[in-house]
Design a protein around this ligand. Structure first.
Ligand SMILES: *Cc1c(COP(=O)(O)O)cnc(C)c1O
Length: 427
């Protein structure tokens, strides 16, 4: 027996589960090679941007107070702009999370009387209150910005005639969510996003096309800004933070639109000139540098899980052979016990809080109990291995991340182990 296998067994993975996992993994060489090729390209893209902007030791110094002339902050924004091939970027620890980044980009660029359009169906849950789909204090709706939505067609394709009809003289900004998030629609490839933007720009050249890029960064060699997006927005405790960023978000895009977002984030007149970096710059730079590799590990984990659970007979989205456009993997168990066992396995495999047993609870904002597994170095970080499952039909779990492929693999094996011990999978 391999020494590694002996250690796996000591850590609770049975021989049957190990053997099943090994069989699945043996079939994935081609997929993994393709992932590695994409990692290599994105690693060079990031490195190139860092060299071009002459990143230097002085960039890592902490600034305080107003943060005037913060070299590290300003260069990092130039690096992000080069990675995304945009005119400008806003990358700040003052951006609290992905929702905040999206709210800043939206409210900075929309004015009373404008209309916001989502041509890809309902946006991520937390945006409902930002937009005012669910009434909330300070929503865009309260400021007189109206909202229109066109759902995807049954087969996941764009409803072009309805989108054409929805575009009107008040449409100012179109928001396109790349990732399926916690829905069942397919995630959009960058290519498909490009086709949608081209369609919109042909009819309304001056409309701002914004992409919610959460969970999508570095999954492909190109980003939405390479196919016409005017703004691209995401969270640093997901892909581009590489697991090291302790907080933050980014907005990359056209200079004028990034500037408007900055005027909203800080203040009119101050914009990007203020905002101290407080000593987080090393983790922002180093996290971005590692992000392509980390995303590659998370992708391998997602592909491994899809194939493993597909072989065990469970429906998985995406399926075992589909191309990937984000790092999220859904597995449908069809019963609460499966969801709970899966999450217990992910938790038991964590480097932090592995001894904790997750339980379903009534989380605010959800209409059913939810179970969550996360043993993360950074609270709530979902580039780290994490899972959540609403306790309601079809009893699916959504999981993502893993700072290394090896950890993602162990987590998935442990999830299967818990299902095996509960008698929910037969070998
Ligand atoms: C995570 C996510 C958000 C919100 O990010 P938070 O950091 O949780 O606020 C928005 N959109 C999508 C698609 C996401 O995955």
């Amino acid at each position: 027996m391999r020494e590694t296998d002996a250690l796996y067994q000591e850590m609770g993975i049975s021989q049957q589960v190990l053997a099943f996992g090994a069989q699945v993994e043996a079939e994935l060489k081609e997929r993994f090679d393709a992932i590695e090729e994409n990692v290599e390209y994105n690693q060079m893209k990031v490195l190139h941007a860092m060299q071009k902007n002459r990143v230097e030791a002085a960039c890592f110094a902490a600034t305080s107070g107003y943060g005037y002339n913060d070299l590290g902050r300003d260069k990092l924004e130039a690096v992000y702009a080069d990675v995304f091939h945009t005119e400008a970027a806003l990358v700040r620890p003052q951006i609290a999370c992905g929702t905040h980044a999206l709210a800043v980009a939206l409210s900075g660029n929309l004015r009373p009387g404008d209309e916001l359009l989502s041509p890809v169906g309902k946006p991520y849950d937390t945006l409902e209150e930002v937009i005012g789909i669910r009434p909330s204090i300070g929503s865009l709706a309260e400021y007189g910005v109206s909202y229109r939505q066109v759902d995807l067609l049954e087969d996941g394709s764009f409803d072009y005639p309805a989108i054409e009809k929805a575009l009107n003289e008040r449409t100012r900004l179109v928001t396109i969510q790349r990732s399926k998030g916690y829905q069942t629609r397919p995630t959009l490839s960058v290519k498909r996003i490009g086709e949608l933007i081209a369609f919109i720009k042909e009819r309304k050249p001056h409309v701002i096309c914004m992409v919610d890029n959460c969970y999508g960064e570095f999954v492909e060699p190109i980003e939405p800004t390479d196919v016409g997006a005017d703004l691209c927005v995401g969270s640093l405790i997901k892909n581009p933070g590489g697991g090291l960023a302790p907080i933050g978000g980014y907005i990359a895009g056209k200079e004028a639109y990034v500037e408007r977002a900055a005027y909203r984030l800080t203040s009119p007149g101050l914009g990007r000139e203020v905002g101290a970096s407080l000593g987080v710059m090393t983790s922002f730079y180093q996290g971005l540098f590692l992000a392509p590799t980390v995303v590659g590990g998370a992708l391998k984990g997602a592909v491994f899980a899809a194939n493993l659970y597909e072989n065990l007979g469970f429906p998985v989205v995406p399926n075992g052979s589909e191309s990937r456009h984000d790092i999220i993997q859904a597995v449908t168990f069809g019963n609460p016990e499966g969801v709970i066992a899966f999450c217990k396995g992910i938790q038991a495999a964590a480097p932090v809080d592995s001894y904790v047993t997750p339980e379903p609870w009534a989380m605010p904002g959800y209409d059913s109990d939810v179970i969550m597994a996360a043993g993360a170095f950074v609270q709530g970080s979902s580039i780290e291995l994490s899972a959540d499952g609403p306790i309601k039909p079809p009893y699916a779990v959504y999981f993502q991340g893993g700072l290394t492929w090896q950890h993602a693999k162990f987590g998935i094996l442990m999830s299967m182990q818990k299902l095996y011990e509960a008698g929910l999978v037969k070998l």
